[in-house]
Design a protein around this ligand. Structure first.
Ligand code: ADP
Ligand code: MG
Length: 231
């Protein structure tokens, strides 16, 4: 419990700082990216390669700023019914464009089940994106990712994202901001996702899944009668 409190204070502190700084950083960063992309169009060979690295790293800075802003953003907006199947498939599609998710790519992704969650749709999608992206990264070449959706009679929903990767080490502080084991990770995906889940009265748990790797389960509570009636 104490740890939770410390975690919350830490997030709030980071949030305040980020809200102040992010805006100032975002504009020059946008200009840098604009110019790099302009130069890339004229460059060839080794120079083009170098510019690609500059672009990648600038995009990474954008990811960090965006992650910090996500942590800073308060609570959540009004709840809406979200079709989980559609939301998950959208996320897979988006990642497929950006990376090499199956079927043509190197990681196969299956989505099972369906149902409706009550959430702020954009933030829920963000959580799903973070979890599926992590799973695909953990699964790696030739790996598998499975998304299972389940909604109980009362309307409480669960989305479990499992992968065939190496699993998570038992003492890892995965949900801590900036914890990352990836060379170009931000370590903000799970911290942001957990904060979003909690803003919805839900949570994210991790254990070993059916594919041998990690399983991250997002649980969201059933809507109140008023919420349901208002939708
Ligand atoms: P990032 O992806 O930028 O590293 P995250 O907050 O999304 O940041 O994840 C933090 C860390 O948690 C990852 O670097 C990785 O070590 C671990 N992790 C997350 N998802 C998985 C997974 N599906 N399997 C194994 N480890 C994972
Ligand atoms: Mg991540």
């Amino acid at each position: 419990h104490q740890a939770r409190l410390v975690q919350h204070e830490k997030l709030a502190g980071i949030g305040r700082l980020a809200a102040g700084v992010a805006h100032e950083i975002n504009n020059p960063l946008g200009v840098i990216l604009g110019y790099v992309r302009l130069l890339q169009r004229r460059a060839e060979g080794a120079l083009a390669e170098d510019l690609r690295v500059v672009e990648e790293e600038a995009v990474r800075c954008q990811d960090i700023v965006e992650g910090l802003l996500d942590l800073a953003r308060p609570g959540r907006g009004p709840l809406e019914p979200v079709a989980l199947r559609d939301a998950c498939e959208e996320v897979v599609l988006r990642l497929r464009e950006a990376t090499r998710l199956g079927p043509q790519g190197s990681v196969s992704v299956e989505v099972h089940g369906e149902g409706t969650a009550w959430a702020q749709a954009s933030r829920l999608r963000q959580v799903l994106l973070n979890l599926v992206k992590n799973a695909a990264e953990a699964a790696g070449e030739g790996g598998r990712v499975e998304v299972r959706i389940a909604v109980d009679a009362a309307g409480a929903s669960r989305v479990a994202v499992s992968d065939s990767g190496p699993g998570v080490p038992p003492d890892a502080r995965l949900f801590e901001p900036f914890f990352t084991t990836k060379p170009s990770g931000t370590g903000l995906g799970l911290a942001v996702s957990q904060a979003i889940a909690e803003a919805h009265g839900g949570r994210i748990d991790v254990d070993t899944g059916p594919l041998g790797g990690a399983r991250f389960t997002l649980s969201l509570p059933a809507p109140s009668r008023e919420q349901e009636a208002a939708a």
